[in-house]
Design a protein around this ligand. Structure first.
Ligand SMILES: Nc1ncnc2c1ncn2[C@@H]1O[C@H](COP(=O)(O)OP(=O)(O)OP(=O)(O)O)[C@@H](O)[C@H]1O
Length: 336
């Protein structure tokens, strides 16, 4: 249980505006030690701003912050010493090799020469960067840079790590390597504050998820708790003729029609009994259906229900890659 753990990150009433624009409108965050907290939101929601404030890179307009037992107001240096940050702007120096970047971090953290070399070798190994270690990071793929960046962060042995969209743009394989690295860190007692636009990333990794929209946390809980906030799933029927849609809409009370898409959504838990009942009704009424899909609620539904717009803004290419890679998909088998 995470409830009994000491608090690693505590923030109350965080506010930040840029000119007229309110970016954070008084948010509260509590993260127990050794857990993963995910701040989930679309582009521009204020995720990076929250990370920058919590990691002391920028100042809030209001609110109080304590990280790893260090109060920002009275012990900003202590706080900085206890955390690691990897963001969208990497700390990698392109004039050095991957290995030299790590050795530089070892120096910055005042590790002695042997210890620095040992840690560098261990981190290169851990992130599968041994072969690339003598090369310039400019020759690295996006995923390799991201891994080097995280390895550099780990050189300081931080107890709390802020990961700002660590897997944005990565291919599914590298994303999974990052996920494993994150899980290993948490298994070792590290606390992770993760921002992401990817719902399944939060679902996969986070102990608790907060949905950030227009500077406010609109919901917070475990993935399961968030999914329970909205009604169950639905069965979606796809038609080729408007007349079929009309007839089906009359047959299924409580259904929602989409005339443009020629589809009908019928509320359902997606269990076999309700699926069979829908098929029986269609047979009895002789309604032709082009296809049928069962949709169980996911975090995207939660976000949509709570904010009126989807959370994810990634490109269709990325989405396609991920769908191909994902072992679970909320849109399940097409029955006919
Ligand atoms: N230095 C700045 N000056 C003015 N506006 C800023 C500044 N930094 C951020 N903003 C604005 O604050 C809002 C929130 O930005 P932020 O980068 O925190 O969002 P985000 O949720 O991290 O989005 P993304 O996923 O695109 O990184 C945006 O509208 C952005 O334009």
């Amino acid at each position: 249980m995470t409830l009994d753990r000491p608090t690693a990150i505590a923030a109350t009433g965080l506010r930040k505006s840029y000119g007229e624009q309110t970016v954070l409108d008084g948010i509260d965050i509590t993260v127990p030690e050794g857990t993963i907290f995910s701040l989930l939101g679309p582009n521009g929601a204020g995720k990076t701003t929250a990370v920058q404030i919590l990691s002391t890179l920028i100042e809030a307009d209001g609110g109080s912050i304590s990280v790893a037992g260090h109060d920002l107001a009275t012990d900003a240096d202590g706080l900085r010493g206890a955390i690691g940050v990897t963001g969208q702007f990497s700390a990698v120096d392109n004039l050095l090799t991957g290995e030299e970047n790590l050795l530089l971090m070892a120096d910055l953290h005042h590790l002695d020469r042997d210890e620095g070399r040992r840690r560098t070798a261990e981190l290169l190994e851990r992130f599968d960067l041994v072969e690339a270690s003598k090369k310039n990071p400019m020759t690295y793929s996006g995923g390799m840079r991201r891994k080097l960046d995280l390895a550099m962060t780990l050189m300081g042995d931080p107890r709390v790590i802020f990961l700002d969209e660590p897997t944005t743009g990565l291919d599914p394989r590298t994303r999974r390597i990052m996920w494993d690295a994150i899980r290993n860190l948490v298994a070792g007692g590290v606390t992770i504050f993760l921002t992401t636009q990817y719902l399944e990333e939060a679902d996969e990794l986070a102990d608790r998820i907060a949905l950030l929209d227009h500077g406010k946390i609109v919901a917070e809980g475990t993935a399961e708790e968030l999914k329970r906030l909205i009604p169950g799933g639905h069965i979606r029927l796809q038609f080729t003729e408007p007349e079929e849609l009309d007839q089906a809409a009359r047959t299924f009370a409580g259904s929602t029609r989409d005339d443009a898409a020629l589809s009908l959504q019928i509320p359902s838990d997606g269990d076999v009994r309700s699926l069979r009942a829908v098929l029986d009704h269609l047979d009895v009424a002789s309604i032709e259906v082009a296809s049928l899909t069962v949709h169980t609620p996911d975090l995207d539904d939660v976000f949509l229900a709570l904010t009126g717009h989807p959370a994810e803004t990634r490109s269709s290419v990325e989405a396609g890659n991920e769908a191909a890679d994902s072992s679970e998909s909320s849109e399940k088998e097409t029955v006919r």
